[in-house]
Write a protein that binds this ligand. Structure first.
Ligand code: ZN
Length: 306
């Protein structure tokens, strides 16, 4: 940590941001988070004055902070509409517990809540999937994204807001590269372009904040959040890679910002256009005859024989 200047030494300091070389007291920190998120939203033109925003909330700290900040920011835009989406994966001892927190949040923030269940939509739960697949995290993520898009499209919302932190977004970008999924990267640029009528743009207003900053903010604002972790995530490859990213960012601050900036200049400079064929089952954009979710669902149906 750097030496304190005179002004800093008089305050009760709560956070040192290594990559900015700056100390914060409580008031500065809260206002810095607010500004950071507002700036991210305006820099990428994430919302219009009358956007209909579906916020994916699962009760974890990131989704609760996102909900809190968007509710605050959007108060200035009376024609904007917001609602909460909760995807129930059917994971016993986990999904139900989160739903009860999300219900309380919907009441606290006075927002409509839409609950979509794996069981109702696909006929199976993630618990059942886990009997057949070793790593269910990635499958669950793809199916959840499909469900969120489907819900937003059907109820006429034009943005899906996700509580993804710097580490999460860096992880996603890295995985697109590692798995050679250029099309998946291209269809979700940081700016919310409507590339296809059935593809609802995704925005990530917390993308320039670290998870530890989000947690500190939630504590300082006394926001209620769930600390339970998905049992399948605990043994996933995703967890191992994310932990490695937290460690690297601590050791070499600024590394993950570099990755995001690289992706951003890629979006701006690339001449590549996403392939937007339509899935023959759902009609949603896809690079193949079936979208990623329906390719998986076909595989799951064959494997589970239902
Ligand atoms: Zn499909």
């Amino acid at each position: 940590m750097g030496p304190l200047n005179k002004k800093e030494s008089k305050k009760e300091l709560i956070y040192f941001k290594v990559d900015a070389g700056r100390y914060f007291d409580k008031k500065d920190f809260l206002s810095w988070i607010n500004k950071r998120v507002t700036k991210t939203i305006s820099y990428f033109d994430m919302f219009e004055y009358n956007s209909r925003i579906l916020i994916a909330v699962n009760g974890d700290v990131r989704s609760v902070v996102l909900l809190y900040l968007l509710s605050k920011i959007e108060k200035k835009f009376p024609r904007a509409k917001m609602a909460i989406a909760y995807i129930d994966e059917g994971i016993s001892g986990y999904s139900d517990r989160k739903l009860s927190i999300v219900k309380k949040l919907a009441t606290k923030f006075d927002l409509p809540l839409h609950v979509v269940r794996f069981k109702d939509s696909f006929g199976f739960t993630v618990d059942t999937l886990a009997n057949h697949y070793e790593n269910v995290c990635e499958i669950c993520k793809i199916l959840k994204r499909w469900l969120l898009n489907d819900l937003a499209y059907k109820i006429g919302y034009d943005r899906i807001a996700l509580g993804r932190t710097l580490e999460d977004v860096a992880f996603e970008i890295l995985m697109y590269f590692v798995r050679n999924k250029l099309n998946a990267l291209l269809i979700y640029p940081f700016t919310p372009e409507r590339l296809h009528k059935k593809l609802v743009p995704i925005v990530k207003p917390l993308m320039f904040l670290k998870k530890k900053e989000i947690i500190l903010f939630a504590h300082l604002q006394n926001l209620p959040f769930s600390t339970s972790i998905c049992p399948y995530f605990l043994k996933s490859m995703e967890k191992q890679i994310l932990q490695e990213m937290y460690r690297l960012e601590e050791k070499y601050p600024g590394m993950l910002f570099g990755l995001l900036n690289f992706a951003q200049s890629f979006f701006v400079n690339t001449k590549e256009k996403p392939i937007l064929r339509e899935c023959k089952i759902c009609g949603y954009p896809s690079s193949d005859t079936l979208c990623e979710a329906h390719q998986l669902l076909e595989h799951i149906r064959t494997l589970m024989q239902y």
